[in-house]
Write a protein that binds this ligand. Structure first.
Ligand code: GCO
Length: 451
C-alpha cells in the first residue's frame, strides 16, 4: 500500500444525458435517447432523462461538491443536441454558453475539465437519416467537434472523442438494447466502422483548435479464460477481436485485426470500409481511457453463432455466470481484473498513456434512519480498485489517472433510475444531494492519496 504521485489525477465522471435534464431547454434538440426512453418498454419503469439530476440548473452546486471532495479533474460529456439541435448547421450559442460556463466554473475551482464529445446522445435528426449506419454522420461529428473545440479550446484539459464505441454500435444497432434500438447483425459492425471514422475525423478537428491531449474512452471487455486450455484462450481471442481490437487496432495501428475480419466474415463483407478510411481513423492520439467494472469469464464449448448476438460471428465461446461477490448490477467484483486489463493493454500498446475513465459500482443503497447512506460496500469496491491501480503502476504501466463513476446517482440507461452508481445520493423528487459514506471516504483519500 502506498501513496500516489502528486501528478496522478483523481476525479469523478458523469455524462450529459444521464444527469443534465432540461431536455427541451435553451435550444436543445431531441437525441436518440430522448426517443428511446420515451418509447414504451425500452427503459425500466418508463424512466427518461427529461429531468435526471437537473444538473443543467444545478451545475454550480455540483461543481462545489467536486471542489469540496478535492478532485483534480472532472470528466463530463457534451450533448451534441445542445450544440446543434439537428446535428448539423449553425451552432446553438445557448448550448455553447452552458458548457463554457461549466468549464470556467471548473477552472475557477482549480479542477481540470475532461470533456467527452460523444456519450451516446446522437441528435435524432441524424438518426432519421441512418445514424451511425450512415457514413455522413462521421463527418457531421467532425463538424460538431470543430465547433465545440473552437469555443472551449485549451480551457478543456483533456478531450475524449467518443465514450464506448462498442456500446454505441453493438447495443444500439445489433441487439437494440440501447438507443436507437435497431437490430441487425451487420449493423453494429457498420456503426463501429463509422464511429472509428468519426473518432479519427474528430481528432483532426481537435488538433486544429486545441493543444490539449486527445484520446478515446473504451469499455475494454476484460475477458478471462476460465481454465488454461488452448480452446478457452482461443475463445477469448475471438471475443477480444470483435469486442476490443475492433476499435483499438484501427485507431492505434491503422488496420483491422485479421482475426476480427475472419470472425466477422460470416456477418459482413466490410463494404462500408472505403479507401483511405484507415488512414483517417489512425490519427496519433495521446491516451486511452478505460471504463472498467468487472471481468468476464469465458470457457470454450460448442456455442454456434446466433443472430442477434452482441459478438457478431463469434462461435464456441461460452460466457460463464458472474462470480460472487457481485454489485447491484450483478457484475462480478474483482479488482484484479482491472490490474490485468491495464497490464495486458499496455503490453499490446506500450506507447499509450492510460486513464481509468470510469470505475465504480451500483449498490443497493439504503437511506438509513440517521439520514445517511452507509455504503460500506461501495467504499470497499473503491478501495480495492484503487489499490489495483498501484499493482499496475508497479508493473510500469503508464497509468495517469482514475475517475470514479459516478459523481451523482443518475439515469442508468435501460435501467433508468433503478440503479445507483453515485458517490452522491440524488433524491429525484427533491433533487437534494446527499454525501454517501463512500463520498466521505473518497474525500479523505484524496486529502492524502494514500491507500
Ligand atoms: C458505461 C457508460 C456509463 C454507465 C456506467 C455504468 O460505461 O456504460 O459510460 O454511462 O452509466 O458505465 O453502467
Amino acid at each position: 500500500m502506498g501513496t500516489f504521485a502528486p501528478d496522478f489525477i483523481f476525479g469523478a465522471a458523469t455524462a450529459s444525458y444521464q444527469i443534465e435534464g432540461a431536455a427541451h431547454e435553451d435550444g436543445r434538440g431531441p437525441s436518440i435517447w430522448d426517443t428511446f426512453s420515451h418509447t414504451p418498454g425500452k427503459v425500466f419503469a418508463g424512466d427518461t432523462g427529461d429531468i435526471a439530476c437537473d444538473h443543467y440548473h444545478r451545475w454550480e452546486e455540483d461543481l462545489d461538491i467536486l471542489a469540496e471532495m478535492g478532485v483534480d479533474a472532472y470528466r463530463f460529456s457534451i450533448a451534441w443536441p445542445r450544440i446543434q439541435a439537428t446535428g448539423s448547421g449553425k451552432p446553438n450559442q445557448l448550448g455553447l454558453d452552458f458548457y463554457s460556463r461549466l468549464v470556467d466554473g471548473l477552472l475557477a475551482r482549480n479542477i481540470t475539465p475532461l470533456a467527452t464529445l460523444y456519450h451516446w446522445d446522437l441528435p435524432q435528426a441524424l438518426e432519421d437519416q441512418g445514424g451511425w449506419l450512415h457514413r455522413d454522420t462521421a463527418y457531421r461529428f467532425a463538424d460538431y467537434t470543430q465547433i465545440v473545440a473552437a469555443c472551449l479550446q485549451d480551457r478543456v484539459g483533456y478531450w475524449a472523442t467518443i465514450n464506448e464505441p462498442w456500446c454505441a454500435a453493438i447495443l444500439g444497432y445489433t441487439n437494440g438494447e440501447h438507443a436507437p434500438g435497431r437490430r441487425s447483425d451487420e449493423g453494429g459492425l457498420i456503426a463501429s466502422h463509422h464511429l472509428n471514422l468519426a473518432h479519427g475525423l474528430a481528432v483532426s478537428a481537435l488538433r486544429s483548435e486545441s493543444h490539449s491531449p486527445v484520446g478515446i474512452v473504451v469499455n475494454y471487455h476484460q475477458f478471462q479464460a476460465a481454465d488454461d486450455s488452448a480452446e478457452a484462450q482461443a475463445a477469448v481471442d475471438r471475443l477480444d477481436a470483435v469486442g476490443n481490437w475492433l476499435y483499438t487496432e484501427p485507431i492505434l495501428r491503422g488496420r483491422y485485426d485479421p482475426l476480427t475480419l475472419e470472425v466477422t466474415a460470416k456477418v459482413t463483407d466490410w463494404a462500408c470500409i472505403e479507401d483511405g478510411d484507415l488512414e483517417l481513423i489512425h490519427q496519433p492520439i495521446d491516451f486511452i481511457g478505460h471504463n472498467y467494472y468487472s471481468p468476464t469469464f469465458i470457457s470454450a464449448g460448442h456455442q454456434p453463432y446466433e443472430s442477434g448476438s452482441a459478438w457478431p460471428g463469434v462461435e464456441d465461446a461460452k460466457f460463464l455466470p458472474p462470480r460472487q461477490p457481485v454489485s447491484d448490477m450483478g457484475w462480478t467484483i474483482d479488482p484484479t481484473g482491472l490490474t490485468n486489463l491495464l497490464v495486458r493493454f499496455h503490453e499490446r500498446y506500450p506507447e499509450m498513456d492510460l486513464y481509468v475513465a470510469e470505475n465504480g459500482a451500483a449498490m443497493p443503497d439504503q437511506l438509513s434512519k440517521d439520514g445517511a447512506v452507509h455504503d460500506a460496500d461501495r467504499t470497499a469496491y473503491l478501495q480495492g480498485h484503487i489499490a489495483a491501480l498501484e499493482a499496475a503502476l508497479a508493473k510500469d504501466v503508464p497509468l495517469k489517472g482514475y475517475f470514479c463513476w459516478s459523481l451523482l446517482d443518475n439515469f442508468e440507461w435501460a435501467f433508468g433510475y433503478s440503479k445507483r452508481f453515485g458517490l452522491i445520493r440524488v433524491d429525484y423528487d427533491t433533487q437534494q444531494r446527499l454525501w454517501k459514506d463512500s463520498a466521505l471516504w473518497y474525500q479523505q483519500f484524496l486529502s492524502n492519496r494514500t491507500i
